[in-house]
Design a protein around this ligand. Structure first.
Ligand code: IMP
Ligand code: MG
Length: 179
């Protein structure tokens, strides 16, 4: 069933059952890779909150959880170039293995900024785990982007943490804009 948020209509795109299945696969890969480490999952708020919660449950090894908060969309449908830092990392990541968890990579501007910023803090390694990726919108080459849930078309999506003007984050499934 379609949903309405503010002035826009969205249609079902990715049901939670598929997200869950993919999260189990990614979790297994992370568990294998980091089994001898104690990685730090760094979530990018607000969008990551559901994915991060479901993902870490699939990685039953010693690990730490931390968050950062950035904004680049500022409530609209288009990514803006300017990035605002709302909440900074509170954990010392020097020498640590970082798994950066993002809801979605669109132009890649936010991720480029984040990876560069975290590298200055001298972690042992950084890998990026993004639930969604819009390859047609991507403007950067980011080799750290190793774990991708789903490649999707260049359409605006909401649900499962993702918002349109701060609403729709609570939807269990993901919806795309009807145009
Ligand atoms: P980027 O910097 O263009 O890659 O945009 C990244 C950020 O913009 C993501 O972390 C999201 O918060 C937001 N974003 C990008 N695409 C969408 C979308 O389709 N729906 C909702 N938020 C989005
Ligand atoms: Mg985000």
């Amino acid at each position: 069933m379609n949903v309405q948020i503010h002035d826009l209509e969205f249609e079902p795109m990715l049901p939670f059952a598929e997200i869950e299945k993919r999260t189990v696969e990614i979790g297994a890969a992370l568990t294998q890779r980091y089994r001898d480490k104690t990685p730090v999952f760094v979530g990018v708020l607000n969008g990551c909150f559901m994915f991060m919660a479901d993902l870490v449950k699939q990685v039953p090894i010693p690990c730490q959880i931390a968050f950062m908060k950035l904004s680049s969309y500022h409530g609209g449908l288009e990514s803006t170039r300017s990035i605002t830092e709302d909440y900074n990392l509170k954990v010392d990541i020097e020498g640590r293995d970082i798994i950066l968890v993002e809801d979605i990579v669109d132009t890649g501007n936010t991720l480029r900024y984040l990876v560069d910023k975290l590298k200055l803090l001298k972690p042992a390694s950084i890998s990026v785990c993004a639930l969604l990726y819009k390859p047609d919108a991507m403007e950067h080459d980011i080799p750290e982007m190793e774990y991708i849930g789903f490649e999707i078309a260049n359409k605006f999506v909401v649900g499962y943490g993702l918002d349109y003007k701060e609403q729709g984050r609570n939807f269990k499934d993901i919806y795309q804009l009807v145009k």
